[in-house]
Design a protein. Structure first.
Length: 224
């Protein structure tokens, strides 16, 4: 594996090649603070594919460096022949360290791996879930968006391999994921303000904050 110092602005952050559901802002701020005090972090992994430099492992480290107004980050890089190989490597790297995958993320990963025609045995090895339990994360029908709470249709070819999951059990799991996702999102918003990390110079950010303020203002004072 070759090493290089990359400019943050030349890196591509494409969710198609990132196994996590998104960036945890609390983690970014924690990393940024640690970096300021001299803590050393491992190099990120950059996938070289079709002339672009995709960050496969190290989104939080990259965002932390950017949060500290720095322009460069150390990384390993590897050339890939196709999207399938690149996503598999991203899953492997993010599985061995960092934040643990949530059930929602595992389900999303399985669907993406299927989409890339990865065989069932490899999927089982990558997500570290026994084949007979995979339907707790993937099943034909629908799933609940962890943030909006809205139900969206999904399909999986894995269901015939592992037996069905009781509809009541699946519904309870979806409710838990939806609530956890909303709490997580609110935690990140609170962390942005507490750490004085809101970009008030960004017009789109201030516009959305104004919308949020008016929405909250329209609610009666909470009773908690």
């Amino acid at each position: 594996m070759k090493h290089k110092v990359f400019k943050i602005k030349e890196l591509t952050f494409d969710k198609s090649f990132y196994p996590r559901a998104g960036v945890n802002l609390v983690t970014v701020l924690s990393y940024a603070s640690a970096m300021k005090t001299g803590s050393k972090f491992p190099p990120i992994l950059v996938g070289m594919y079709k002339g672009k430099k995709y960050v496969l492992d190290g989104w939080h480290r990259s965002r932390a460096v950017k949060q500290n107004k720095e322009k460069y980050i150390e990384g390993e890089y590897q050339k890939f022949k196709n999207e399938r190989e690149m996503y598999i490597e991203a899953v492997r790297r993010n599985t061995t360290h960092g934040l643990q995958y949530s059930p929602y993320e595992k389900r999303r990963m399985i669907l993406r791996l299927e989409e890339l025609d990865v065989d069932v045995a490899t999927i089982e090895d990558l997500v570290k879930i026994p084949l007979d339990k995979i339907t707790k994360f993937v099943a034909n029908g629908s799933m609940v968006n962890a943030i909006t709470g809205k139900r969206v249709a999904v399909k999986s070819t894995l269901k015939p391999f592992a037996g069905g999951l009781a509809s009541e059990e699946l519904l309870n799991a979806q409710k838990i994921m939806a609530n956890t996702g909303q709490e997580h999102l609110l935690d990140q918003i609170i962390a942005l303000f507490r750490n004085d990390a809101v970009d008030f110079n960004n017009r789109e950010v201030t516009k959305k904050l104004s919308q949020l303020y008016h929405i909250l203002e329209s609610y009666a004072k909470p009773s908690f």
